[in-house]
Design a protein around this ligand. Structure first.
Ligand code: ADP
Length: 250
């Protein structure tokens, strides 16, 4: 299988704080990875290092077989923040405009919108069943609707890999399930590779094929089913999570 993201002996520091220590793993095309670990374990730091948003102290990040420093095809990688606030809460924008921005960021100069671009936006709006929201202001939408707009914005450039923070807290159970089913479909039917930061190691077992568990250094990377037997790894789970996982796989 083609390696999409390969991390080799990665260490990252913030001043004296070592946020990541000697982390190595490879994500293959078609993987659906749940990225878990306690608060402050370095999950966000790892994603930022992959996206080239912070300097690394040691080691290597390779994207689509190229070292990150030489990689330029960022349209292949879609990133979804957890909430709209992360993008921009002050800028009043419509759904259509926000999704257009997802295309614009991939363009070289001159950054002009074409009819083809609008067609792409329309088809992703239909696909995600939010075409009726096209002219609405994003900040007036519900949490579940905003999440779909963010997803549309990430998907409009046809990325091969999607990286995101689990939207769990903002969503009601039904929206959450719909959202997960949609990304599972993207993964299974379109082969989009998914990396999802999650706080719910039980829930993610229903969707992801692999678990990447970090606590500054790498604790576990492999099939979710192999993480399950309590004993070896159970100290890394909250009691409730452990309970859920144990039951799901028995
Ligand atoms: P997680 O996403 O798993 O909760 P983070 O990657 O956000 O963990 O943080 C890892 C560690 O790095 C924590 O100890 C955090 O306090 C520290 N850290 C994160 N960002 C910064 C920063 N910008 N400056 C200094 N320390 C940071």
């Amino acid at each position: 299988m083609k390696k999409i993201i390969e991390i080799k002996n990665l260490s990252v520091h913030y001043g004296q704080t070592e946020a990541l220590k000697d982390v190595s793993f490879a994500i293959e095309q078609g993987d659906f990875i749940g990225l878990a670990g306690p608060n402050g374990a370095g999950k966000t730091t790892l994603i930022k290092a992959i996206l080239g948003l912070l300097p690394i102290t040691k080691g290597k990040v390779e994207l689509f077989g190229q070292v990150k420093e030489k990689f330029s095809d960022w349209g292949k990688i879609g990133y979804l923040p957890q909430k709209f606030a992360t993008i921009n809460t002050l800028f009043p924008a419509t759904v259509n405009e926000v999704i257009m921005l997802g295309l614009l960021s991939q363009k070289k100069f001159p950054k002009r919108m074409t009819t083809g671009d609008q067609n792409k936006v329309n088809s992703i709006l239909k696909e995600l069943d939010i075409i009726g929201l096209k002219k609405r202001m994003v900040l007036e939408l519900s949490g579940g609707q905003q999440q779909r707009v963010l997803l549309a914005r990430a998907l409009v450039s046809n990325p091969e890999v999607l990286i995101f923070d689990e939207p769990s807290t903002a969503l009601d159970p039904k929206s959450r399930k719909d959202f997960f089913q949609y990304i599972q479909k993207l993964n299974q039917e379109k082969g989009v590779t998914i990396v999802l930061i999650t706080h719910d190691t039980g829930y993610i077992g229903n969707y992801a094929n692999k678990l990447l568990y970090i606590d500054r250094s790498l604790v576990f990377f492999g099939k979710i089913s192999e993480f399950c037997p309590p004993g070896k790894n159970h100290q890394y789970f909250e009691k409730s999570d452990e309970h859920i996982i144990w039951h799901q796989h028995n």
